[in-house]
Write a protein that binds this ligand. Structure first.
Ligand code: PLP
Length: 222
């Protein structure tokens, strides 16, 4: 069961982990990843003052938003977006963090003109990860900007690997963000948040660190 008291305690721990890198926790946005958790996770996020929530699946996001339409939350899509889901998400989304292909840019420009987006970059090169190759990030950013989207920055999911491997991957994303003149750098999850923050993350996406392990069923949906 998810209760605000536990989430508040875990949030304090997450902020301490950020501070341990020498970075001011107030300078890093914590996105509460509620995927796979029941609606109580949304309630708890709101109760502890987290204003940004993230979901991976369009249907789950739309359903949760429909249950809590009046909470003062900003909803982020952080998983693969099928083009035919854009229309139902458009009225809800504060930020689309997983834009990785021209067809999605085109659909967003049509259904959510001017939307705030991050371009997802595959910094590890693993075939299982989505995102454009680092060398192609600039091109997709330009395309999205030309389509009128508000490109705030880049997002990545690093490899599950030791710091020596993950650190340079995060550094690569940060370098791209700077080179492209963007602001936001969404990187780091529960397992690797210190490395990401040390390399310049502006948004960390935390699920397990805030809400505990996801109930088993959610894992099967990947
Ligand atoms: C699930 C997920 C997270 C959160 O993962 P945790 O390890 O539970 O913190 C962050 N980002 C993305 C894209 C995810 O799919």
């Amino acid at each position: 069961m998810i209760v605000p008291e536990d989430v508040a305690e875990r949030l304090a721990t997450a902020r301490q982990r950020i501070a341990s890198t020498g970075v001011d926790p107030a300078a890093v946005t914590i996105l509460a990843v509620t995927k796979g958790h029941p609606i109580e996770a949304i309630d708890a996020a709101a109760a502890v003052g987290l204003s940004e929530v993230g979901e991976n699946y369009a249907q789950e996001l739309v359903a949760k938003h429909a249950e809590r339409p009046d909470l003062d939350l900003r909803w982020h899509m952080i998983g693969h977006v099928q083009t035919n889901k854009v229309r139902s998400l458009a009225p809800i989304e504060a930020m689309w963090q997983s834009v990785e292909r021209p067809s999605l840019v085109k659909e967003l420009a049509k259904r959510a003109p001017g939307a705030a987006v991050l371009v997802q970059v595959n910094v590890s090169g693993e075939a299982s990860k989505s995102g454009v190759a680092p060398d192609a990030a600039g091109e997709l950013v330009e395309r999205a900007q030309a389509a009128g989207l508000d490109v705030r920055g880049l997002m990545t999911i690093a490899e599950a690997a030791p710091v020596e491997v993950v650190g340079p991957q995060f550094a690569r994303l940060r370098g791209l963000v700077d080179r492209l003149g963007l602001a936001e750098c969404s990187m780091g999850m529960s397992g690797d948040l210190e490395v990401a923050v040390a390399e310049g993350a502006t948004i960390v996406r935390l699920g397990t660190a805030l809400f505990g392990p996801r109930p088993g069923a959610a894992g099967l949906r990947h």
